[in-house]
Design a binder for this molecule. Sequence first.
Ligand SMILES: [Zn+2]
Length: 258
Amino acid sequence: MLKRKYVNFFVISLLVALISLNFVIDIPWFIYLIILFLWLLITLFGSFFIRWNYHLTSLSSNKNIQENNVSLTFDDGPNAEFTPQILDLLEKHNAKATFFLIGKYAEKHPTIVQDILKKGHSIGNHTYSHTNDFGFFGTNKVISELNTTKGIVEKITGFKMLLYRPAFGVTNPSIQEAVANLKVNSIGWSVRSLDTTSRSEDAILKRITAKVSKGDIILLHDTSKKTIVVLERLLLFLQANNLKSVPAEQLLNIKAYE
Ligand SMILES: [Zn+2]
């Protein structure tokens, strides 16, 4: 897969070579423009698709796993209305999951955070603010967001989280530096449900069931009735296909807390 440092090195080398060559033969200006445009395109795709591992390596699945395990993950909670319903559904089907918490909501709903752990699930960091412009934050601001949420959750649960899921799945050099600095694991996904879009429950379920196999990490959100409906049917599908959901750290064989 493409990596930022190799792409940047290649583009800079190419531009230097062309500028040098320009002394001998005339290079049309649009060639430079095309190269810069392609570079911008690759950088944008690399930033938006976490599975490219363009800026940093995110753990998105474990396809070498022996057991028939997958991992359901829920982002953007805790949510007073929907997280408890999801916890009940998971318990009913004996499924375990990982919840990536937004700090400002964890602060508001500490008992739900405790309930998640009591029921045998794990938790990870999903920033403090989750604002739309998170992708433009500098390294220090990313570090401060992650540390704030980590501190809030530690106060509530006693656990120091090591799993981190980038907001919107967007990564960039600041996030890469923050992850390296804080020594957290960036967790991606291999099956994206798109449960926050206007798609129907049927379409979302079909999208997941068409793809899912052992070792997959499935991205869902504990923020809507739609996800509850999908989850109820998805859990039946997983059971029927002999797939068991376990927390992400178990699937990936890593530590969730310090
Ligand atoms: Zn999110």
